[in-house]
Design a protein around this ligand. Structure first.
Ligand code: GLU
Length: 470
C-alpha cells in the first residue's frame, strides 16, 4: 500500500488557535499512526497578512505540543515559479485561458446574472478568444459548465457539487501571482500529499481543487473535512469563550499531553475513553472515528484532563514543566531530588502547573508568614501546650520516619487529650502559613527535621506572645 502523506498548511496571519492545532494534530497523528509522513507548509502568499511573528508563534506552539514534521517547512510564497509552470501547462492544454475583461465588465456580468436570479458569475466572454499573455490579463480555469463534481469525504460522506454553480475562476492574477486554490493544489501534488484533513470551512474550495487535480492529471487525495470547533453557545470559537491561542494554555500551566488529549477529543473518539497518552493516541487514531458533529470547547473539561495528566505523569517528567511556574513564584531551584519529593504531595490536588507551583511555594520559604485569618483561628493559646509538647518531642525524635512521626503525634494527643484535628490545623499553619496544604506527615517528610522544628518554634513563640498579651 502507498504510504500516507499528510500536511499542515497554516496561513501565518496570527497565532496557532485551538482549531488549527486540532487540524495539525489529526494530520500528525494519522501520519504517525500509519508510519507515513507529515509535511509542514506555510501558506504565506497573502503578503499583507503573513508575518514572521506568526510563523514563529506557530513553530513555538507545534514544538510545545510535540508535533514534529518530516518534511518542510515549505513556504508557498517561494514556489510561485512552480505554480506558474502548472498554470502554463493548463493554458497549453487548453484548460485555461487569458482573460482581459475589465472590472466594469465583470460587474456588469454579475449584475445581469443576479437580475436573472442566478449566482454572480463570469460569463465566459474570453473563453474562446484564444488571447495570448498581455499586461493586465488574468488566467482563468476552464471549468466544466455542466455535470457534477463529487467529493467523497471520509468524514462527511459523499457531497455532490453541480458544475453549473462554478464559473471559470481565476488561477493567475493580473500581477502574475497564482491564486490560492491553484497554489494549494500544485503544492499538494508536488509534495505527494495523499491525505488532506482540514476544517470544513474549506469544503467550498474543494470542488475547484478537485477540478484542478483532474485537469493536471493528478490522483485525488483522500479528503476529510472536520467540523469546526464551537463554543458552548454553539457559535464559532472566539475570545469570548476563553483563550483561543494554544500557547496561552502552556502559560496557564497546562501540559502539552493534556492539550493534545483534549484537542483530539474535540472531534475524535474511541469508545468512551477520555484519557489518552500520546503513545495511545498514535496507536489508536483513525479517520473513521472522527465525528460529524462540531467539537464543543469546554474549558472545565480541559482543566479536568489536565489534572488527570498531572496525576499520571511521573514526578521527574513534570519538573521541567513546573520550573517556569516556580520561577514566577520567585523560586528558582534545580534540586531535582527535592522536587521529586514535593511533586507527589501536590499532584493529586493541582489542576494546573500554576496551581502546583503556588501550592509548592511554602516548601521553599525562608520564613513562614502566617496568613492572618488562619493564625487568628488556629494559633490560639489553647494550642500552646500541645504545640509546645509536640515541638519538644519532635526535637527528641532521632529519625523523622513516618512511623516515628505518627507515634509522636499519638503521644501528644494522649497526653493533652486532644484529637488529631485539633493539632493538625495549628501544625499546618505553622508549617505552611495557611490552612490548605498536603497532609502534614507528607509535609514534614519533605521539609525534614531542621525546617520543621524551626517553623514549629516560630509558631509556638507566636502563640506564646498572644497568650502573654492575654
Ligand atoms: N491555509 C489554509 C488555512 O490555514 C489551509 C488550507 C488547506 O488545508 O487546504 O486554513
Amino acid at each position: 500500500m502507498q504510504s500516507i502523506v499528510t500536511r499542515f498548511p497554516p496561513s501565518p496571519s496570527g497565532y496557532l488557535h485551538l482549531g488549527g492545532a486540532r487540524t495539525a494534530l489529526f494530520n500528525w497523528l494519522y501520519a504517525r499512526h500509519t508510519k507515513g509522513r507529515f509535511v509542514l507548509r506555510f501558506e504565506d502568499t497573502d503578503v499583507a497578512r503573513s508575518t514572521q511573528a506568526s510563523i514563529d508563534a506557530i513553530y513555538e506552539a507545534l514544538e510545545w505540543l510535540g508535533i514534529d514534521w518530516d518534511e518542510g517547512p515549505y513556504f508557498q510564497s517561494q514556489r510561485a515559479d512552480l505554480h506558474n509552470e502548472h498554470i502554463d501547462r493548463l493554458i497549453a492544454g487548453d484548460q485555461a485561458y487569458h482573460c482581459t475583461c475589465s472590472p466594469e465588465q465583470i460587474d456588469a456580468m454579475r449584475t445581469k446574472a443576479m437580475a436573472a436570479g442566478d449566482k454572480p458569475r463570469y460569463d465566459g466572454t474570453c473563453r474562446a478568444k484564444g488571447l495570448g499573455p498581455q499586461p493586465g490579463a488574468v488566467v482563468r480555469f476552464k471549468a466544466p459548465a455542466t455535470g457534477i463534481t463529487i467529493l467523497d469525504d471520509t468524514i462527511k460522506g459523499r457531497i455532490v457539487f453541480q458544475n453549473a454553480e462554478l464559473d471559470d475562476f481565476i488561477i493567475r492574477r493580473s500581477d502574475g501571482t497564482p491564486t490560492y486554490n491553484l497554489a494549494v493544489v500544485v503544492d499538494d501534488i508536488t509534495m505527494g500529499i495523499n491525505t488532506v484533513i482540514r476544517g470544513d470551512d474549506h469544503v467550498n474550495n474543494t470542488p475547484k481543487q478537485i477540478l484542478l487535480f483532474q485537469a493536471l492529471d493528478a490522483p485525488l487525495p483522500t479528503f476529510g473535512h472536520v467540523p469546526m470547533v464551537l463554543g458552548a453557545d454553539r457559535s464559532r470559537l472566539s475570545k469570548r469563550h476563553g483563550a483561543t491561542s494554544v500557547t496561552a494554555y502552556r502559560d496557564m500551566g497546562y501540559l502539552p499531553d493534556a492539550m493534545i488529549n483534549f484537542l483530539v477529543r474535540l472531534g475524535w473518539s474511541h469508545g468512551d475513553q477520555e484519557f489518552f497518552t500520546r503513545e495511545e493516541l498514535i496507536e489508536k487514531f483513525s479517520l473513521e472515528n472522527i465525528g460529524r458533529s462540531a467539537g464543543i470547547f469546554n474549558p472545565e473539561k480541559l482543566q479536568a484532563i489536565n489534572a488527570d495528566h498531572i496525576k499520571a505523569t511521573p514526578p521527574a517528567h513534570l519538573i521541567s514543566h513546573l520550573q517556569p511556574f516556580l520561577k514566577t513564584q520567585g523560586v528558582e531551584t534545580h534540586d531535582e531530588t527535592l522536587l521529586c519529593k514535593i511533586i507527589p504531595t501536590l499532584n493529586t490536588r493541582s489542576k494546573t502547573l500554576a496551581d502546583m507551583a503556588e501550592g509548592a511555594h511554602f516548601y521553599f520559604r525562608e520564613t513562614i508568614e502566617f496568613d492572618e485569618k488562619a493564625a487568628k483561628k488556629f494559633l490560639r493559646p489553647v494550642s500552646l501546650e500541645p504545640m509546645r509538647l509536640l515541638t519538644e518531642k519532635l526535637t527528641q525524635l532521632k529519625e523523622f520516619t513516618e512511623a516515628g512521626l505518627e507515634d509522636v503525634f499519638k503521644q501528644v494527643m494522649d497526653q493533652t487529650e486532644i484529637k488529631l484535628g485539633k493539632i493538625a490545623q495549628p501544625v499546618r499553619v505553622a508549617l505552611t502559613g495557611g490552612t490548605v496544604s498536603p497532609g502534614i506527615f507528607e509535609i514534614i517528610a519533605v521539609l525534614g527535621r531542621e525546617t520543621t522544628l524551626r517553623r514549629l518554634q516560630k509558631a509556638v513563640a507566636y502563640i506564646q506572645k498572644r497568650a502573654d498579651a492575654g
